[in-house]
Design a protein around this ligand. Structure first.
Ligand SMILES: Cc1cc2nc3c(=O)[nH]c(=O)nc-3n(C[C@H](O)[C@H](O)[C@H](O)COP(=O)(O)O)c2cc1C
Length: 385
């Protein structure tokens, strides 16, 4: 029995779910080791923010318009110069070979087949140029800044040389969250974070093991701050997006400091617990940014209607994390492709049923109580700054 899978029987396209992306979680759970499954599923603290991510969407309601000719639905978007089939992208997730032997290559192939962009983690277990060779679609690079800035610069420039169209700087992780479900996690010896090769950590093998009693991790530079952004922009030479903004003040600072985009994210509820769900934080960040740079969102997206609601509140695109990782674990490239396809179909269906034919036609009027469909009966809870 292989380490990644508890089942011998490979998944075929026919055996994968054709609707409801949440069904992939059970399949993944049957295949993954307990340690790997817990690593993916769990969140920070008491997982209250993880729940807020879903509850935020559940509180919203849609306001359909009828008798619109919806015989053609167009979900295409253009982001940072890349034409994408839909506004659903794959969020950066560490260690894909932990979930499937083909790792990031399977993800790249699945994303390519489904027409989605893929943000590759700094903790990729496959080299960036190999990933690039396996997709016809855009890839972006997610950066965890390392204490060794020359090493960081080199890592960014190798990713850009391999074809990454943007650098997505993760700003919500100067230290890791309290992840009680991951206390026993260690990266298996056979797996390597290939882009960290040669990094002198002054500590044992990477794998999210913090030293006992200390909050710092050798893999994250806790000193990186707004003043360093200029340096990163100058070495990247491609758009730099900040992933992990929640407060309107930080949205404004992002613009002032030259960021090219922000992702409203709480890391899928994996870092600081007790922050709001991202759909609740989104409106105030959108307002603070004032259309000067694109605002995107992740954390908790599980349905096409979630995508529609995020766009209605001003997101230009959304990212999924766990859903496609469960797809990868369940069925490799085909599983990833299927998850993306299901979400796109659901988005198209939601657009048809609300009378919105293109992404440009989606605005707050598609939310009940926000537009023409009645008074402000439903308030979006104020985002916590
Ligand atoms: C297993 C796992 C590993 C992750 N690794 C990274 C990472 O390496 N870099 C990063 O910026 N975010 C990472 N994230 C956060 C995701 O990019 C994303 O913000 C989150 O998964 C979105 O929430 P969702 O899982 O509810 O869709 C990870 C998330 C998961 C579940």
């Amino acid at each position: 029995m292989s380490r990644w899978s508890k089942l011998r029987r490979p998944s075929t396209a026919e055996s994968l779910p054709t609707a409801d992306v949440t069904q992939f979680e059970l399949l993944a759970r049957q295949r993954l080791s307990k340690m790997a499954y817990d690593y993916v599923r769990s969140g920070g603290g008491d997982e209250i923010t993880m729940r807020h991510n879903r509850q935020g969407f559940e509180r919203l309601q849609l306001a359909p318009n009828v008798l619109v000719d919806v015989s053609r639905i167009d979900t295409r978007v253009n982001l940072f110069g890349s034409e994408l089939d839909s506004p659903v992208l794959l969020a950066p997730v560490a260690y894909h070979r932990l979930y499937h032997p083909d790792g990031e290559i399977a993800t790249a192939r699945g994303a390519s087949a489904a027409g989605a962009a893929f943000v590759v983690s700094s903790f990729t277990t496959t080299a960036m140029d190999e990933i690039a060779r396996n997709t016809q679609r855009a890839i972006w690079f997610q950066l965890y800044v390392q204490r060794d800035r020359a090493f960081t610069k080199d890592m960014v420039q190798r990713a850009v040389a391999a074809g990454c169209k943007t650098v997505c700087l993760t700003v919500d992780t100067p230290v890791l969250g309290n992840r009680y479900g991951q206390l026993s996690f260690g990266l298996p010896k056979e797996l390597e974070c290939v882009h960290l090769r040669g990094l002198n950590l002054g500590a044992p093998t990477p794998g999210h093991k913090t030293q006992r009693g200390r909050i710092y991790d050798p893999l994250f530079d806790p000193s990186f701050n707004w003043r360093d952004l200029e340096w990163l922009r100058s070495v990247a030479g491609v758009p730099v997006i900040l992933k992990g903004v929640l407060s309107p003040e930080d949205g404004k600072r992002a613009v002032e400091n030259g960021a090219d985009g922000v992702i409203v994210s709480n890391h899928g509820g994996r870092n600081l617990d007790m922050v709001p769900g991202t759909i609740d934080a989104l409106p105030r960040v959108v307002e603070a940014v004032g259309g000067r740079i694109p605002v995107m969102l992740d954390s908790g997206i599980r349905r096409g209607t979630d995508v529609l609601m995020a766009l209605a509140l001003g997101a230009k695109a959304v990212f999924i994390g766990r859903p496609y990782i469960y797809g990868l674990a369940a069925g490799g490239a085909q599983g990833v492709e299927r998850v993306i396809t299901i979400l796109r179909d659901e988005l198209e269906r939601a657009m048809a049923l609300t009378g919105r034919r293109s992404i440009a036609e989606i605005d707050s009027s598609v939310l009940w109580g926000h537009g023409a469909a009645g008074k402000k009966t439903l308030q979006t809870p104020a985002a916590g700054a």
